[in-house]
Design a protein. Structure first.
Lengths: 348, 169
């Protein structure tokens, strides 16, 4: 056990550390402290939106299957925002085959607002859809995966016990400290919840899942002029702001170029004070962080703009110019509301 | 030793232990940087105390506590900071031993903060209870309690994880 702990820690701690870059970043930070700049505070304010009002439609009182109305949001609790709704699109409840079709649509949702939620993310890829969130109600992280084929859920492992979710047969198991429940919410759909925290948290979350809504993936950027690649996965994300009164939206795409090659991840997040600009791409000052072999982080490029930060990661080897071309094509979409963001990040 | 010399010689060790205490590489690097920025103006005083490693690790632990309380606004917004392939799995095809170590790491990450810090400082930095106590600001007896509880948790869950992994490989 002692050796296993020590080895596990060494593996996670190791990886390249560029001391001179660290020193540069520290010197920059010291200068900023001296000048009392609060770039993050001012820049991020432009990206904050009162999603409380926008989310009011999505969090209208829910009807439970037994007809009772769900508890209204507690005073002071920010309703969980949702990605842009798609009216008239078939739901997974009506047509299970739409789930995991890789169309950039989300057919998975949860009733109400998890108490004490801090961040939430919807993602869609070929084969399955994901909902992740972190909430005090569950005591930790929650990951929900829904698919038409249980092969996407992975191996459940031994020691599974029988359980029930909304009266439907289910299996539960503990995997390395995480509570897992798997069941079929309806014919043609398999779902699995992983949850840390309390032992019954996974089943509690499972009982709140719904498949009668459709949302679209929205990201706050376009890759203008970039030859439309294979979109492997798309996510729309929300993070509760520090003041606890509003939330900030963001998004991520995973893509493989039309010419083939490695997979890339492009995300937008909040502004940072520790970005060390060391390169220029298409006239933009960026930070290039060369990666290393896994489990070390992959190569990364950071582009700070308008109080936010765009991230680009590459998984695997590939031509540097293709990586940099993504940065050149990156075009921010103005406005903090995902409902105003375009339906696709690609095309001219 | 000047500040720059210390960062060049001991900075990497600080960053590595920060990665473990934070449970996340990016956050750990951010915290280590923040600690060094704060340490710079008082460097002469820190060095005069004779043990900058201990001082900075204490600052690191406190910085992590503050971060947990405030949830820093520099957090990456991508679904809780995940950088991963589109088809990333929790365990994937790492092989049995690597998967086992990955499971141990996930358990360590989920320990309460002081238990995790104790495990990191004991097993990664090889510190004794007295040194850990000084960093955590508690007694050596309390350190031993943190360690005992952490190891009990890890042993219980590792046994379950080993059984699961044997079934999947």
């Amino acid at each position: 056990m002692d050796d296993m702990i020590a080895t596990a820690l060494r593996e996670r701690a190791e990886g390249d550390i560029h001391v001179e870059r660290l020193l540069d970043a520290v010197r920059t930070g010291v200068r900023r402290q001296r000048r009392r700049r609060f770039a993050v505070g001012f820049g991020a304010a432009a990206a904050v939106v009162a999603l409380v009002a926008a989310a009011g439609v999505a969090t209208a009182p829910d009807r439970r299957p037994d007809g009772r109305t769900a508890q209204p949001a507690q005073s002071g609790r920010v309703p969980l925002p949702r990605p842009p709704a798609v009216a008239g699109a078939p739901t997974a409840a009506d047509r299970p085959e739409v789930l995991g079709s890789g169309s950039g649509l989300f057919h998975l949702d949860i009733r109400g607002t998890p108490i004490g939620w801090r961040n939430a993310s919807w993602a869609s890829t070929r084969g399955f859809e994901e909902l992740r969130f972190e909430a005090a109600e569950t005591g930790g992280d929650v990951r929900v995966l829904a698919a038409r084929d249980p092969i996407w859920l992975g191996e459940l492992g031994p020691g599974a016990a029988s359980a029930a979710v909304d009266g439907l047969p289910a299996e539960t198991v503990e995997q390395g400290g995480t509570h897992v429940v798997r069941w079929q919410p309806r014919a043609g759909i398999w779902a699995q919840v992983w949850a840390t925290g309390e032992p019954d948290s996974a089943i509690a979350v499972a009982g709140k899942l719904r498949f009668d809504r459709v949302y679209r993936c929205a990201v706050p950027f376009r890759l203008a002029g970039y030859a439309e690649p294979a979109l492997n996965k798309c996510s729309t994300d929300f993070v509760l702001d520090e003041d606890g009164l509003s939330a900030t939206a963001a998004g991520t795409v995973w893509l493989t170029p039309v010419t083939g090659g490695p997979e890339y991840q492009v995300s937008v997040g909040r502004g940072r004070t520790d970005t060390v600009l060391n390169d220029t791409i298409a006239g933009r000052a960026v930070q290039v962080k060369p990666g290393a072999t896994a489990p070390a982080p992959p190569p990364e490029i950071r582009y700070p703009f308008d109080g936010r930060t765009a991230y680009f990661w590459r998984f695997g080897d590939g031509p540097e110019e293709a990586f940099r071309a993504l940065v050149a094509a990156f075009t921010p979409v103005p406005g903090p509301d995902p409902n105003d963001w375009p339906a696709t990040a690609f095309g001219s | 030793m000047t500040f720059e010399d210390y960062v060049r010689v001991r900075g990497p060790a600080l960053v590595r232990v920060a990665r473990l205490i934070a449970g996340d590489r990016h956050l750990g690097e951010d915290l280590a940087q923040e600690v060094l920025i704060r340490a710079y103006p008082r460097w002469n005083r820190i060095v005069a105390g004779g043990r900058p490693d201990v001082y900075l690790r204490r600052m690191l632990v406190n910085a992590h506590v503050s971060w947990r309380r405030k949830r820093s606004s520099t957090e990456v917004v991508d679904g809780a900071g995940r950088v991963e392939r589109a088809d990333a799995a929790d365990v994937g095809d790492l092989g049995a031993e690597a998967a086992e170590r990955a499971a141990v790491w996930r358990l360590i990450r989920r320990l309460p903060p002081k238990q995790r810090v104790t495990i990191v400082l004991r097993y990664y930095e090889d510190l004794d209870d007295a040194a850990i106590a000084e960093i955590l600001g508690c007694s050596p007896g309390t350190v031993r309690t943190h360690a005992m509880r952490a190891l009990t948790t890890l042993r219980q869950h590792v046994a379950t994880a080993e059984e699961s992994l044997r079934w999947t490989t």
